[in-house]
Design a protein around this ligand. Structure first.
Ligand SMILES: [Zn+2]
Length: 73
């Protein structure tokens, strides 16, 4: 009986945890860095983007910018 209660409690905690994770997925950001002048800018994550992908142009030196990191805020 006690084990059943414990499993139920664990299930409730886990489902709550995953629900929170889903909520934060809409605020994923990515960091673009220019390999030439080290200029960096944070933009919204777009599906299909990955670390190392060349994306956008540097406003300072017009070099191609690269995605350095993807994270949720
Ligand atoms: Zn640059």
């Amino acid at each position: 009986m006690f084990i059943f209660f414990l499993a139920l409690l664990l299930y409730m905690l886990l489902s709550n945890y995953f629900k929170k994770r889903e909520d934060t997925s809409s605020t994923t950001k990515e960091l673009l860095v220019c390999p030439n002048c080290n200029y960096s800018v944070e933009v919204d994550f777009e599906p299909g983007d990955f670390i190392g992908l060349i994306k956008g142009q540097c406003p300072r030196c017009s070099s191609k910018m690269r995605i350095k990191g993807i994270y949720s805020v």
